[in-house]
Design a protein around this ligand. Structure first.
Ligand code: GLA
Length: 643
């Protein structure tokens, strides 16, 4: 009688303590685990009301933009989503909790009897061949209710009526937005779980119900990451329920906080990596930097989102076309969603030509979905290279500063053979430059960028380096234990406080996360004194899933990176194919020369690259390097990507 009782209590204990029962994140699964979405196979494109109008949005403005997208041909290029951001709501009806639209600004939403519906509006957009997007918040209250207090379009009524966010209404609101109103896209902001703390002036002065914050943007330790993720996952499940065809986009807006780098790709189709962009050059750089080192986290169906375009205003207006073009080229090459944030009804031709550059849009929309990878970085200039499906590369050379800059572009940076001719086509002028070998040089004006499509002979004649195909890599576990703010993100003068405070620190965007062609802490890959210009850098206790795409073998030189803080622990590198162990490095330590790992894939479809500490001494981050990691032979020799 005692035995079963005992085992039941052991079982109960295991169930009560999920950590004890948690699956080993490093155990191979034998499959490509991220959810496959029908939507957002390439970065979403379109128009959003926010940067153009903030809460002063109305139907005429939105439909005017929609019409211009269609008439100008931008819609044909891919700008299809027309998104209404914050400002559309009137209140949550007290009788049944249904959200009411401010029909004064969206007249077509008015229905007899005082009800409202966006269905006529979305029908209209759909009839134009466009898609419709809407905005909500994961908490009870939205951002405008804290930051746009003078807006004429704030929710009205009692405290409960002004609770327009999803919290406590996920199923009801999601059904309304997707099933009843026919939207295709939902942006879900996070102010409701961030700035409505008990006792906060905004709460007291406006009579909001307080919400103990789940996100503290200044401190990951004071952020309830699991809870934030779970709230968004609940919305994602509701979106799937009410949009069973899967053709819906959920855009996560936690501004890079709540460790969204780690889980955004498994929950939504895009996730913001930074706080709001403003029409200032350095703020644009800040947004760009927050996403540009995160190439391995994006892929078809899941995109880093450095925020909407601000082309047309401030530093990016028609008087600053150099800056405007650079902003566009940068978003394009890192596969950022391209949302125009300008009153398109009066857009000058010079700006229309920027959004309408079909070649640069094609770079962004390449079906391989490989985010551009930083090939050269400094605070002054950067070179970003992206693999295209046609076997070419796209490259952006960027002068970040106010002085002219000389930039060399080398065959090695392109991962092209140095002795074969390399051709450059300038994607702004359309001109093809004379071919070069080894390297070529440019001088860029302040804030200028150059964008080229580049043809050449691949350095690896029979395969691809994994850092060339980040869209085929899924970072299932990145080994980050203590997420830290990312120090390589440009810090601009604060948007609201100017220089009165101590400075606006970047919101956490994933420092220590896996990187292509760099270590997780943005150092050059180097093992036992030998530097490598290509490879994957990741912390130990990591598991990367890689699509094999018909390659015959996987090869890498593996070792503990010289930059590691943990110089004590041993680690092993393991390679699995469809869940079977295909190769292992044996125990490696700091200071040991990189070991070749070469495994035949024997038809495996998914490879898993695992690094596991052996006999752990310390919890310091141990940096592991898969130098020159590549898929070779078979189909890998003929494809630059796949979709
Ligand atoms: C937040 C978001 C912005 C915008 C506003 C709306 O600040 O980050 O993109 O949606 O809210 O109030």
């Amino acid at each position: 009688m005692h035995l079963p009782t005992l085992s039941l209590s052991v079982l109960a204990l295991a169930l009560a303590n999920p950590a004890a029962a948690a699956p080993d994140p490093l155990a191979p699964t034998g499959r490509w685990s991220p959810p496959e979405h029908a939507a957002a196979r390439t970065p979403p494109m379109g128009w959003s009301s926010w940067n153009a109008f903030r809460t002063e949005v109305d139907e005429a403005k939105v439909l005017g933009a929609a019409q211009k997208l269609v008439d100008s041909g931008l819609a044909k290029l891919g700008y299809r989503y027309v998104n209404v951001d914050d400002g559309w709501w009137l209140k949550r009806r007290s009788s049944d909790g249904k959200l009411m639209i401010r029909t004064r600004i969206f007249p077509s939403a008015a229905i007899a009897g005082g009800d409202s519906s966006f269905r006529p509006f979305t029908d209209r957009l759909h009839a134009m061949g466009l898609k419709a997007g809407l905005y909500s918040d994961i908490g009870r209250n939205a951002c405008s209710q804290a930051y746009d207090l003078h807006s004429p379009n704030l929710p009205e009524g009692t405290t409960a009526e002004r609770e327009v966010g999803l919290y406590g209404h996920v199923d009801q609101d999601t059904a309304l937005y997707f099933r009843d109103w026919g939207f295709d896209y939902l942006k879900v902001d996070a102010c409701g779980i961030n700035v409505y703390a008990p006792g906060a002036p905004v709460v007291l002065q406006n009579g909001y119900r307080p919400f103990p914050p789940l996100i503290d943007q200044a401190s990951i330790n004071r952020t309830d990451v699991a809870q934030v993720r779970s709230l968004y996952a609940t919305v994602a499940a509701a979106v799937r329920r009410y949009r069973p065809d899967g053709d819906a986009i959920l855009a996560l807006c936690t501004w890079g906080s709540a460790d969204v780098r780690r889980w955004g790709k498994d929950v939504g189709q895009m996730w913001r990596t930074s706080q709001d962009i403003t029409p200032h050059w350095t703020r644009m750089l800040h947004s760009f930097d927050s996403a540009s080192t995160r190439a391995l986290y994006a892929r078809p169906g899941a995109w880093n989102d450095p925020d909407m375009l601000f082309i047309g205003q401030g530093d990016f207006d028609a008087q600053h076309l150099t800056e405007a073009r650079t902003h566009f080229a940068l978003w394009a090459i890192i596969n950022a969603p391209l949302f125009i944030g300008y009153d398109l009804r009066q857009a000058p031709d010079s700006l229309m030509k920027i959004w309408g550059n079909a070649d640069i849009v094609r770079v962004n929309q390449d079906p391989g979905g490989h985010q551009g990878v930083i090939a050269y970085a400094s605070d002054d200039v950067q070179t970003i290279v992206k693999t295209l499906s046609n076997g070419h590369k796209a490259v952006v050379l960027l002068n970040r500063g106010m002085a002219p800059a000389a930039i060399n572009l080398t065959a090695a940076q392109l991962k092209f053979a140095p002795d074969a001719p390399i051709t450059l086509r300038d994607l702004w002028s359309g001109r093809t430059l004379s071919p070069f070998n080894r390297e070529t040089a440019f001088t860029l004006a302040p804030r200028e960028s150059r964008v080229f499509e580049v043809g050449g002979t691949r350095r690896l004649s029979d395969g691809m380096y994994l850092s060339e195909v980040p869209g085929d890599v899924n970072v299932a576990a990145d080994g980050v234990v203590a997420p830290e703010p990312d120090p390589v993100v440009h810090r601009m003068i604060g948007q609201w406080s100017g220089t009165r405070d101590t400075g606006e620190r970047p919101t956490y965007a994933g420092w220590g996360g896996a990187q292509a062609d760099a270590t997780p802490f943005d150092q050059t890959l180097q093992v036992a004194g030998r530097a490598y210009d290509t490879g994957l850098g990741v912390l130990a206790q990591s598991r990367l899933e890689v699509r094999a795409r018909g390659a015959e073998r996987f090869e890498a030189l593996v070792g503990v990176d010289d930059s590691t803080r943990d110089t004590y622990d041993a680690v092993e590198f393991l390679v699995y194919g469809d869940g079977r162990l295909l190769g292992r490095s044996g125990t490696m330590r700091f200071g040991m020369a990189a070991r070749p790992l070469r495994v035949e894939l024997r038809g495996a479809r998914v490879i898993e690259l695992v690094t596991r500490k052996v006999g752990r001494v310390t919890d310091l981050p141990l940096v592991t390097t898969w130098a020159e990691a590549a898929l070779r032979g078979g189909a890998a020799s003929i494809t630059g990507s796949g979709s």
